[in-house]
Design a protein. Sequence first.
Length: 451
Amino acid sequence: MYLKSRQKQAAVFFLCSLLFLLVAVLTVSTVTHYFVENEIEKEDERLRKSLALIRVNFEASIYKDTYLADSLATVVTLDSQFAISNWEAISGKLLDKAQYVRSVALAPNNIIKYVYPLAGNEQALGFDFRTRPEQLKTVMLAKQQQAVYIAGPVNLVQGGIGLIARYPIFSDYPLNQHYWGSVSVVMDYDILLESSGITRFRGGQIAIKKHVIQSELQQVFYGDAAIFDNPDVEYPIKLPSGMWTIAAKFDTENLQRVTNIRMAVVIIGSVTAILLYLLILLLFRNYQYTHKAALQDELTHLPNRRFIISELSRLIKRNNKPKFTLLNIDLNDFKLVNDELGHEAGDDLLRYIAKQLTKEVGAKGSVARFGGDEFLVLLYEITDLEQIESIITQLKDSIASQPFHWGKHQLEPSLSIGYASYVGQNVNVKELLSDADRSMYQQKLIHREKL
């Protein structure tokens, strides 16, 4: 009996030990799995934001210089003789304002006769596009579309690689029946890639593709074409003459150390592993709940006042002084909605405005509810006045063009939007918010005067 009892105890001890070991291993595996997935998600999110910022920078850089160059094409269209007579002065002014333009060329009858600057570009003089079919295609496509066409990257006659904005010139504008020639604006391809951050991207590989000519297949001109077979993220690049696509494949090899951590944790012991797991799980869930409650607006589920102030403070305190613009948005006549239709209608309207703002802002920034009928939009790396005004117009038009229906009532909401830009100046969060608020209030006064 004693022997059987000892054997039974030994069997129970063995089974409990085995169960204890299995639970410990399962706990350690669960914690490790959570850690790995969390790290991958954070890294992926960081890389997605980084690539989205690169996309915005690339678009903005091309748009800025393209629109600056459009003024030169306009002068040639209106008075070609005047443009030729003052070629160096007009072209020189363009290069002074543009960031990436390295040269401009004027080609009456598709033969380059004028180049600025001439130094270093002598080989381009007298170049007949008809002798280079691949370049003639882009010139003729611009002629066919009667608008600027972004060609490239191409190997330049004068050496190097560039993106070329082709502007068709017609002598009978606006009928555009008599083709005069073209203006070509060469942008430095390598500097553009470096400045926009494409060549400095870390954490994965980037590839860019475009439609070469209408009806032809897409062509990858930067990076490995295989990236597009299974990309981790893909964004469109919108250009004046069409759309390109940028994609990335992330590299998570740096997370290999997690495997070593898992092996170390297993050795620690079953009891410590179980207690540690339960403690981490409890703290994590509590953190998720309190963090969400503290930084999210309960009504609209947008980031709240505390979040946006913290984000602004973080950006201003960074050593590299990132540029950004803060939009202060106020919903006009919101009090009338609450007074006449009730707070339930007002709450639904605020949710609708929050949804529309989030949709329109997209990857360009973050939308937060500051309080009441006031929203803030943080636009990362956007300080150009034209781009800011374009975004403000887009937001206003989006709200104004879509009436809000509540029951039998149709509301036509409108926004007053002010802004303040941060470009590294000595200013604190309170002053920045105050500047944006004053700007918004001026717009609100204009709205009231119109009424």
